[in-house]
Design a protein around this ligand. Structure first.
Ligand code: SF4
Ligand code: SF4
Length: 285
């Protein structure tokens, strides 16, 4: 089973939920702890809670076109085919913009003069190793200044294959853009962590749209609950979104998380809450 933990915006407690769920599953099924993938490749931080020992690492590269001006006739076919405007013909010059290139290879395949070759350009790494409580851990890390998170997430998901029957938890990047869609794709369930504020509700709406477009069932965790916020409960009820867990706004939790503790370490009774939630999810799928 594959569960993505996501949120429409950053700072809602997504990693706290993902790591606590991983520790809960490791506690209740010690013979097969889960695999957790930190797909927040621009700012991965699940390792701070799960302390993996990295045993394997790989570079992730994109194949970026390089134009041989001696062969190029400046016909413009490469620029026409590029959906990302990453290659342009300006008079007698053909220019490549590597920061925009997705490495799809279309320009190389369609160049009639065979004037394009592809050169690998490193954009980040993926790495894996065992973490606390026997959890299998893997993450991607985007190099500073690189804009393309999606290829790293895609390669991370392909590389970190689960054992048969092993639960996989994807800790998604914040937001609702392409890296989130790439993370969520193929999941059996989407766990949306939100907070009871107008901003939280706004971003939850966007995240629910993504789940709907991908056809993935979703449920909600309300974090930092501090009194009633009926608009959020009404939205969940109107959209048939089960509220699977409510975590109160509490100083002890905030301080513990800031010190690198998971919720189940701060409040061990949450193992039971997370286990109950997981059981509910297995029924909902
Ligand atoms: S398709 Fe090939 S020949 Fe035509 S402009 Fe692009 S690189 Fe040059
Ligand atoms: S490889 Fe794809 S994205 Fe990159 S320049 Fe060529 S067509 Fe555009």
């Amino acid at each position: 089973m594959k569960i993505t933990i996501a949120s429409g915006k950053g700072g809602t407690g997504k990693t706290m939920v993902a790591t606590s769920l991983a520790l809960t599953l490791a506690a209740v099924t010690p013979k097969q702890p889960p695999l957790l993938l930190d797909c927040d490749v621009e700012a991965p931080n699940a390792h701070l809670f799960l302390h993996p020992a990295v045993t394997e690492q790989q570079n992730v590269s994109l194949l970026i076109p390089s134009v041989d001006e001696a062969k190029c006739t400046h016909c413009g076919k490469c620029a026409e085919v590029c959906q990302y405007h990453a290659i342009a013909v300006l008079g007698q010059k053909t220019l490549v913009f590597p920061q925009l290139c997705h490495g799809c290879g279309s320009c190389t395949a369609l160049c009639p003069e065979k004037a394009i070759t592809e050169l690998p350009e490193k954009m980040g790494i993926i790495e894996r190793g065992p973490a606390v409580a026997g959890i299998s851990f893997a993450r991607g890390v985007l190099d500073v200044g690189e804009p393309m998170a999606v290829p790293i997430i895609r390669q991370l998901k392909r590389w970190a294959r689960p054992a048969p029957g092993q639960v996989v938890l994807y800790d998604a990047p914040p937001g609702t853009s392409c890296p989130v869609v790439e993370t969520v794709r193929g999941s059996d369930y989407l766990l949306l962590v939100t907070e009871p504020t107008p901003f939280g509700l706004h971003d939850l709406r966007l995240a629910v749209q993504v789940a709907g477009e991908l056809g993935i069932p979703a449920g909600v965790i309300i974090n930092r609950e501090n009194g009633p916020y009926p608009a959020l409960d009404e939205f969940c009820a109107d959209n048939s979104l089960p509220v699977l867990l409510r975590i109160p706004f509490e100083r002890a939790i905030a301080e513990g998380v800031a010190q690198g503790k998971t919720l189940v370490e701060i409040h061990p009774e949450y193992v039971e809450h997370f286990h109950r939630m997981f059981t509910q999810i297995t029924r909902l799928i």
